[in-house]
Design a protein around this ligand. Structure first.
Ligand SMILES: Nc1ncnc2c1ncn2[C@@H]1O[C@H](COP(=O)(O)OP(=O)(O)OP(=O)(O)O)[C@@H](O)[C@H]1O
Ligand SMILES: Nc1nc2c(c(=O)[nH]1)N=C(CO)CN2
Length: 281
């Protein structure tokens, strides 16, 4: 049975230092949070026990703690953080979080600015491997920031992050030592997202790193490839799974093997063996 019951908690005020501008980080400001939890309250009503529901006082304190914690740039990120806090209570099926920033630095008169996110507990979770590549700018920094973005992505849990492997750029005509070297790595994790939705988010993250999609196999600030998701086989114009070139790329297989020594590439075999075969030439 999916519950239609709700707990509403509105106007929770807390002080935080979230924002893009240095002044916001320095001075801080007030944030106001509204929450709507969807959960089944029938057992609480039948037993009259607070154990059978979400204690609204504790919830409010957890929201304040989430606002007061380390600053982030966006109220979108803060709203996601608060949604995660609300969904920690097993009873909660879904949550709508609104974060208001009434003192935001907007240079015209305005009443309020807010974001609202709706998140629900999801069903199946599949293992996933994402490859990261970067050969422009500060590769170590880009790698760390890309991993941080993946760790914050709703619907993705990052379990293992490989080290950053420095590799020779592979072009259409083979390895090219004259091109900037790549930093490559992988993250191994779990996702509740559909592969199309996950890839869409990966492409969005790439875009925020300023990648210009000029040339296939060309130099790039950040490349995120979905390597495998569970044992799915997909062959669509915008999405091929497993990634069609993963088995022939040491720059994917080597960090993957480091992150998961038992890894298997569906349809191709053990990553250990694939890498050994590549290295044997
Ligand atoms: N498993 C996948 N992971 C990432 N992108 C994929 C995948 N399958 C298909 N694509 C599509 O490929 C496009 C990626 O092209 P991109 O410019 O990143 O290629 P590339 O990185 O130059 O080459 P390669 O795909 O060989 O790494 C995306 O727009 C995406 O729709
Ligand atoms: N070493 C290395 N070479 C590449 C890489 C990469 O990630 N590492 N990515 C490419 C296109 O995705 C093309 N060539």
């Amino acid at each position: 049975m999916s519950a239609a019951d709700r707990i509403l908690l509105t106007g929770v005020r807390a002080f935080g230092r979230h924002g893009v501008l240095p002044e916001e980080r320095a001075a801080g400001q007030e944030f106001v949070v509204d929450l709507e939890l969807t959960l089944d309250l029938a057992v609480a009503a039948a037993t009259d026990r607070v154990l059978a529901t979400v204690h609204y006082g504790e919830l409010a304190e957890a929201v304040v703690a989430a606002v007061e914690r380390d600053p982030v740039d966006l109220i979108e990120t803060l709203a996601q953080r608060i949604a995660d806090v609300a969904l920690e209570a097993e009873l909660v099926d879904a949550v709508v979080v609104t974060v208001h920033k009434p003192s935001a630095p907007i240079p015209v008169p305005f009443a309020d600015v807010a974001v609202r996110v709706e998140r629900r507990r999801t069903g199946t979770v599949e293992p996933v491997v994402i490859a990261i590549g970067t050969n422009l700018g500060d590769r170590a920094e880009t790698f760390a920031e890309a991993v941080a973005a993946l760790q914050r992505l709703p619907g993705l849990t990052v379990d293992v992050v490989s080290s950053l492997h420095e590799t020779v750029a592979v072009t259409r005509s083979g390895p090219d030592p004259d091109r900037p070297r790549y930093g490559n790595g992988v993250v191994v994790g779990r996702t509740s997202l559909a592969p199309e939705a996950l890839l869409h988010r990966l492409l969005l993250i790439e875009r925020t790193f300023g990648r210009v999609r000029a040339e296939r196999w060309g130099d790039r600030t950040l490349d995120l490839d979905l390597i495998v998701q569970g044992d799915r086989r997909i062959d669509e114009p915008g999405l091929v799974l497993p990634h069609p070139r993963a088995h022939e790329r040491a720059f994917v297989l080597s960090p993957w093997l480091e992150a998961d020594p038992d890894a298997v590439l569906p349809g191709r075999g053990r990553v250990r063996h694939l890498l050994a075969a590549l290295e044997a030439g």
